[in-house]
Design a protein around this ligand. Structure first.
Ligand code: FMN
Length: 187
């Protein structure tokens, strides 16, 4: 992680944490980005808040975490969060958020912020192998890649559901490197 640390200094990174069990790994990524010098804002889906407390990310970033269109202390939360960020990384990206993003659905803060964001969008998918291999998910991934989204992973490995296969989220280190690369390109 150290090699690309300087690229983060003073840069604005938005992390979107969705409701997958790998949400806990987003905390390590957040910590690494903050330590590298990035200004990190975090938006969480309602489902993500059932797996990891927003307070974890608030403590790591020393900034409030936005979880709803209606509670965020911003007049147009999705637009303002999107406007401030240079890179937006959705980690973990659930099957649900990929389906919504591929279709342009904007029915909550996460999906609305994705739609309002015009910079480099990275997604790190994580899910059960059957969910990942389902034609609908693969169709959505192809659509997102066609639309310019950078996909990091998933990897093949042991999954929290007890199975082994494709769907394991890439390591925080690998996602960190993808964010560094996106920041380098967006200079
Ligand atoms: C314990 C638990 C773990 C889950 N893990 C995943 C996962 O890794 N990937 C996924 O796509 N969905 C997972 N789900 C299902 C999502 O939480 C569900 O589809 C939800 O609607 C996603 O909402 P979001 O995309 O707005 O965060 C999990 C659900 C539970 C209860």
């Amino acid at each position: 992680m150290d090699e690309s640390a300087n690229i983060f200094e003073g840069r604005d990174v938005l992390l979107g944490v969705c409701g997958g069990i790998a949400a806990y790994k987003a905390a390590s990524l957040t910590s690494a980005l903050v330590q590298a010098g990035a200004t990190v804002a975090v938006v969480m889906t309602e489902e993500a808040t059932k797996l990891v407390a927003p307070k974890t990310f608030e403590a790591l970033t020393r900034r409030p975490v936005a979880t709803s269109m209606w509670d965020a202390n911003l007049p147009h939360p999705h637009v303002e969060l999107a406007r401030q960020a240079e890179v937006f990384c959705v980690v973990p990206a659930t099957a649900n958020i990929m389906a919504k993003a591929a279709a342009g659905i904007a029915d909550d803060l996460m999906s609305s912020t994705i739609l309002a964001f015009s910079g480099a969008l990275i997604m790190a998918p994580a899910m059960n192998t059957t969910m990942w291999e389902k034609p609908a998910t693969q169709r959505n991934v192809r659509q997102l890649v066609d639309d310019g989204v950078v996909m990091v992973g998933p990897e093949v490995g042991r999954l929290s559901c007890g199975e082994s296969g494709a769907g394991r989220m890439s390591s925080p280190e690998k996602i960190f490197d993808a964010i560094a690369e996106a920041l380098r390109r967006s200079r």
